[in-house]
Design a protein around this ligand. Structure first.
Ligand SMILES: Cc1ncc(COP(=O)(O)O)c(C=O)c1O
Length: 352
């Protein structure tokens, strides 16, 4: 008999179909700011038709190119970091794992399903909101003694908190001493590389995840990399199995990782666009938290922001656990203008 697993879908941005249906606005009339994906993704060159016919070659040079790009000793290609998140519980000893209260929503259910105890934490900037049973992740204090593992998204999505590599390595050391692991999800670190700990994954108790979806704007290719010590790399490689990253996706990502000129231009462009977005939003709200790829507005009126913008065909991501709204980057000048005009309307209508 088939054993059913509780698999309530985790809400995500990018769900434009639902928005179109709910607000009766045709899909093509929306501006989708509900994800943190670079709207100017890597211009993928034409794909060799053979890549569609042949089985993917897991032993091509993609992983070596990725390792070199990340400054890591090795890299394991996966079908998006999402796939890696679901594999992690199988390679870590069971225990208590710290997961942010406000962070990427797939970690807690993945570990809960596998029988781990998930301890939610809030970072010091949201310490006032700590729910019962959660702890405050405070750099000045030791990690809770009963914690085995810790997941940190750096910079955090959506809260934008960022952790310096020195701090991360201290937490890694504390966890490694008790047989635990620090998992650092660097999905959004590509335009702030000074925060990456990818080069340190040979140290005990450290796993880093890198996504090709965000900075490279290739979320549809479904490619990510796990950077880890050789033992974890081997275990996850066995779990992953063959051919999970398709041939065409391998070629697209290979080209993107080798194109350092495009990367440098993109980094500069995203930093400027991220600052521009924070500046626009700053005219409507006193405190904006920002990264190059998205801004976060913490506001009790998150529902009114989302609703008011949606009625004007602008889709943003609302969070309820700590009320707030995440805005991705508009893709062109018309979208910037529409966002600003829509914010003005919301301000008047909703009194925000
Ligand atoms: C922090 C974080 N990690 C991982 C993922 C999964 O990304 P992907 O599977 O496209 O690599 C996302 C997607 O939104 C994310 O925000």
């Amino acid at each position: 008999m088939v054993q059913l697993v509780d698999a309530t879908p985790v809400p995500h941005g990018g769900n434009l179909g639902q928005a179109a249906e709910r607000y009766g606005i045709p899909r093509e009339n929306w501006i989708d700011l509900s994800t943190g994906i670079n709207p100017h993704g890597y211009p993928v060159p034409p794909i060799d038709p053979q890549a569609w016919i042949r089985l993917p070659d897991d032993r091509d040079d993609l992983e070596a190119i990725a390792a070199n790009h990340y400054g890591a000793p090795r890299a394991l290609a996966v079908a998006g970091t999402q796939a890696a998140i679901r594999m992690l519980p199988a390679v870590l000893p069971k225990g208590r794992i710290g997961v942010g209260l406000l962070t990427y929503g797939e970690y807690a259910p993945a570990f809960e399903r596998a029988g781990f105890t998930v301890a939610r934490f809030v970072t010091s900037q949201f310490a006032d909101l700590g729910a019962e049973g959660s702890f405050v992740l405070d750099p000045a204090r030791e990690l809770p003694a009963d914690l085995t593992h810790l997941v940190l998204v750096n910079p955090n999505n959506p809260g934008t908190e960022r952790y310096a590599p020195g701090q991360l390595m201290q937490w890694r050391e504390q966890l490694a001493a008790r047989g635990g692991t620090l998992i650092v999800d660097e999905a959004f670190v590509e335009s702030m590389p000074e925060f990456s700990v990818a080069g340190a994954v040979n140290r005990e108790g450290l796993i880093v995840l890198r996504s090709i979806g965000k900075f490279f704007g290739l979320a549809g290719a479904r490619v990510g990399f796990v950077l880890a010590c050789s033992e974890v790399d081997r275990a996850m490689r066995n779990l992953r199995g063959p051919w999970t990253v398709s041939g065409p996706a391998r070629l697209a990502v290979r080209a993107a990782l080798l194109d350092t000129g495009w990367q440098a231009e993109t980094r500069a462009r995203l930093i400027a666009s991220g600052a521009r977005l924070a500046d626009v939003l700053g005219r409507f709200h006193p405190t904006i938290w920002q990264t190059p790829l998205f801004s976060w507005v913490r506001d009790e009126q998150a529902g009114r922001w989302q609703e008011g913008l949606a009625r004007q065909g602008i889709w943003v991501r609302r969070f309820d656990v700590i009320p707030g709204v995440r805005f991705g980057l508009p893709g062109d000048e018309a979208a910037w203008a529409r966002l600003e005009a829509a914010l003005n309307v919301v301000k008047v209508e909703a009194g925000i």
